[in-house]
Design a protein around this ligand. Structure first.
Ligand SMILES: Cc1cc2nc3c(=O)[nH]c(=O)nc-3n(C[C@H](O)[C@H](O)[C@H](O)COP(=O)(O)OP(=O)(O)OC[C@H]3O[C@@H](n4cnc5c(N)ncnc54)[C@H](O)[C@@H]3O)c2cc1C
Length: 300
């Protein structure tokens, strides 16, 4: 089996950036990631990435992929199931086995699930975890979104273009999305923001019909989208003994190195960049992680 200098696991902004820098450093590297572009694919619009403004998340993701192809960086769209450290790092995916001298983890986060009675019964039947996929499904319909950060507020803005009515339900008394989005949403006529409320129950037949809030109200809806933030994707790495903080984010030093020799991490999955989880910080961490891997391999 071939031994790569570096295998990057995850193909979001952090993984693609790590790949670009690793390629430029002359490392023999491979990216393994299920979803190229990662979370940016669900961004309605990205307006804070320098030089490219007013672009949809999907378009930016496509540009990242174009850049990867342009540099001829190898990519496998596979799911990593196991990582083991022996003489080298042994990586098992749903398709095959790979080996590398060093690895960079850029696995990102997974959407948090909430405790709502009957929620699982309606997943895929009115309940979703991504606004981006739902715009056409809820055209001329009534939809509720849970959350108060960028993903939820951006999602509500996007859905409001097609939906008849959008409820934005947030557990606190003030949205925590960036001002650019909160100012916009407050002006949209078919969006109603419900503060200080949690959804506690989902009701319906074959499809979701109603949600019950803990403020005593119920709302008739055709859909419910949960955008309640992410939790780190760390299941895969527990067996490697990688140190995380209490919330499961990987602790990294200024070289994006973890506590395990030869293992680097970048992007939303880490405690880096002052916990500021954005495209630009994921890219920056990816670049630094590639440099960390280069220095590590040169010293070996
Ligand atoms: C709705 C929404 C809107 C946003 N808007 C903005 C914005 O406007 N500006 C901004 O800067 N940021 C925005 N963000 C945040 C931004 O998308 C993230 O900070 C960024 O994508 C993090 O990049 P990442 O590479 O660390 O992780 P991710 O983008 O999450 O990528 C993780 C990668 O790991 C892969 N992966 C995970 N597990 C496995 C596995 N077991 N095997 C193989 N591959 C795996 C995934 O498939 C994916 O390729 C937004 C996020 C959301 C949800």
């Amino acid at each position: 089996m071939k031994t790569y200098d570096l295998i990057i696991i995850g193909a979001g902004p952090a993984g693609i950036s790590a790949g670009i820098y690793a390629k430029n450093f002359g490392l023999d590297c491979l990216i393994i990631g299920e979803n190229v572009g990662g979370l940016i694919n669900s961004a309605y619009k990205v307006e804070n990435y320098p030089g490219i403004f007013n672009i949809t998340g999907k378009e930016l993701s496509d540009k990242f992929e174009e850049h990867r192809k342009h540099l001829d960086i190898s990519l496998r769209k596979e799911r990593v199931e196991k990582i083991k450290k022996e003489e080298f790092f042994e990586i098992k995916t749903d398709v095959g086995d790979y080996r590398a001298k060093s690895i960079t983890l850029t696995l990102g986060t997974e959407t948090k699930k909430l405790e709502i009675k009957n929620i699982e019964k309606f997943e895929g039947k009115g309940v979703s975890y991504c606004s981006g996929d739902c715009v056409l499904i809820f055209e001329n319909k009534i939809v509720a979104i849970i959350g108060g950060a960028n993903a939820a507020v951006m999602g509500a803005t996007m859905l409001a273009e097609k939906a008849k009515k959008v409820y934005l339900i947030y557990r606190k008394d003030k949205l925590r999305a960036d001002a650019i989005w909160t100012e916009r949403i407050e002006k949209i006529k078919n969006v109603e923001i419900i503060y200080n409320a949690n959804v506690i129950e989902a009701k319906g037949g074959d499809w979701l019909e109603e949600i019950v809030l803990d403020n005593g109200k119920s709302l008739k809806v055709d859909g419910l989208i949960i955008e309640a933030g992410g939790a780190p994707n760390t299941d895969l790495i527990k067996s490697l003994g990688i140190k995380t903080n209490e919330y499961g984010y990987i602790e990294v030093d200024r070289n994006q190195a973890t506590n395990i020799e030869g293992v680097f991490a970048a992007g939303d999955i880490t405690t880096g960049s002052n916990n500021f989880r954005q495209i630009i910080t994921a890219c920056s961490e990816g670049a630094i992680a590639a440099l960390g891997a280069l220095n590590y391999l040169n010293k070996k």
